[in-house]
Design a protein around this ligand. Structure first.
Ligand SMILES: Cc1cc2nc3c(=O)[nH]c(=O)nc-3n(C[C@H](O)[C@H](O)[C@H](O)COP(=O)(O)OP(=O)(O)OC[C@H]3O[C@@H](n4cnc5c(N)ncnc54)[C@H](O)[C@@H]3O)c2cc1C
Length: 397
């Protein structure tokens, strides 16, 4: 494998985890990133325990824990009544050395990995190299890029397309991105305001149900991020104003001063899975292969699990077993995206948005039923922390 060259399109968390794992195994790696620098948008901020285990194998978990916020608790909460079920991940301490989530921005992982990659002679990270498309030509993959020096074609033995939800490679291979777009927009407001001093018994991660407006309150080391669904027909320009953001936070917690707003974003949410994860030696991974709502923190985590699975298979591949191994990557990871990530995230959204009082009562009873029984709590945490998804993938032959 050492004389093979793997090209990785896109230096997001998925591409960079793949790059570091390959680099450590001595494989020649070329990472192509469209941006001049790494994007610093505020997106994934939750790392689940099994992802921390993988990152630990790469020597990255300690740094994330040190610079991030360790979150042993998360909760389901009612906007009016307060916490309904507070989950304590330490119940998993016999299963994982990381019985907590870590809250830290995904771009921090990317930058930390880059700081490691620059020490590897077998890796190059090329910025301002926008991938336009790719095709397989015999044993060789040809990747067309556009950058400051114009058009270029790079050649490699394998290509990992981790170029995000709008993947140019997925499109160039005419792979369908099947699924749907949910009706509401998501509005995310970031503020350094200390909600923990004002809302009773908050955890670091709070999924807050409400018949008219559910929300999510997520804490990072320096700020809180609040996610609201936006059903009303208000323009993005209006929602992006500090005035609107302040009014929205005042509705959540009325406060005599204006909120300091650090950041706002509005985005459309899709639930989609690529029809194929592989064409020859070209593989889709991460958001290029599947996208979902952020309720449960499974997009980036699931994408990193793709990278892990795929790199193991690339490293194990020989001329004779290659086809079987690479088909298995698609079977395992596509199944998880459909059966597990898509279902869990949609179920979370439906639970939070339940508006009929009978549905709310059923949902609250279900959460209480889980939290009042340690066995059920443990089983639920194995599911929501994505351990079960990895176990299920490993069972697929
Ligand atoms: C508000 C929000 C909150 C979220 N919260 C969570 C969470 O808590 N937990 C979680 O697991 N997930 C979460 N997600 C999802 C998560 O952000 C994505 O699943 C994750 O970023 C996917 O990583 P990726 O590396 O596949 O793609 P990306 O992060 O999109 O990275 C793609 C990279 O490819 C580059 N690129 C794009 N096109 C090209 C091209 N043509 N050529 C070369 N380079 C290219 C981009 O510049 C980028 O660097 C959230 C998403 C949002 C929007």
């Amino acid at each position: 494998m050492k004389n093979k060259n793997v090209i990785i399109a896109g230096a997001g968390p998925v591409g960079m985890v793949a790059a570091l794992k390959l680099a450590k195994s001595g494989v020649q790696v070329t990472v192509l990133e469209a941006g001049k620098v790494f994007p610093k948008d505020l997106r994934a901020s939750t790392f689940h325990p099994p992802t921390l285990e993988m990152l630990d194998e790469l020597g990255m978990a300690k740094e994330l824990i040190q610079d991030g916020l360790v979150a042993p608790y998360w909760q389901f909460r009612d906007r009016a009544k307060g916490p309904i079920a507070i989950f304590d991940l330490s119940i998993l301490s016999d299963i994982t050395p990381f019985p907590f989530r870590v809250q830290i921005e995904q771009w921090q992982l990317v930058e930390k990995i880059y700081a490691k990659l620059i020490n590897f002679a077998n890796v190059e990270v090329l910025f301002e190299h926008q991938v336009i498309g790719a095709r397989q030509d015999g044993d060789s993959i040809k990747v067309l890029t556009w950058g400051p020096d114009g058009e270029q074609t790079l050649e490699g033995n394998f290509l990992i397309a981790s170029d995000g939800a709008d993947s140019a490679i997925r499109k160039s291979l005419a792979i369908e991105f099947e699924g749907f777009t949910i009706p509401e927009k998501f509005w995310v407001i970031t503020t350094p305001f200390h909600f923990e001093d004002h809302l009773e018994n908050l955890s670091e991660i709070n999924y807050v149900s409400d018949p008219s407006e559910w929300l999510v309150l997520l804490r990072n080391k320096a700020y809180w991020r609040v996610l609201f669904p936006m059903y009303e027909d208000r323009s993005d320009d209006e929602l992006m104003s500090d005035v609107a953001a302040n009014q929205q936070l005042q509705k959540l917690l009325s406060h005599d001063k204006e909120y300091e707003i650090l950041h706002k974003s509005i985005y459309r949410v899709h639930q989609r899975v690529a029809a194929r994860y592989r064409v020859g030696n070209i593989f889709l991974a991460g958001d290029a292969a599947h996208i979902n709502n952020p309720l449960g923190g499974m997009g980036m985590n699931g994408g990193i699990h793709d990278a892990w699975n795929l790199v193991d298979k690339i490293l194990d591949s020989t001329k004779n077993n290659q086809e079987d191994l690479f088909d298995l990557y698609e079977r395992q990871r596509k199944t998880i995206a459909i059966e597990y990530v898509q279902k869990s995230t949609e179920r979370n959204r439906k639970m939070l948005m339940a508006s009929k009082s009978s549905d709310q009562e059923d949902r609250n009873a279900e959460w209480l039923n889980i939290i009042n029984d340690p066995e059920k709590t443990k089983a639920y945490l194995l599911e929501s922390s994505m351990f079960n998804a990895l176990k299920r993938a490993a069972e697929i032959k």
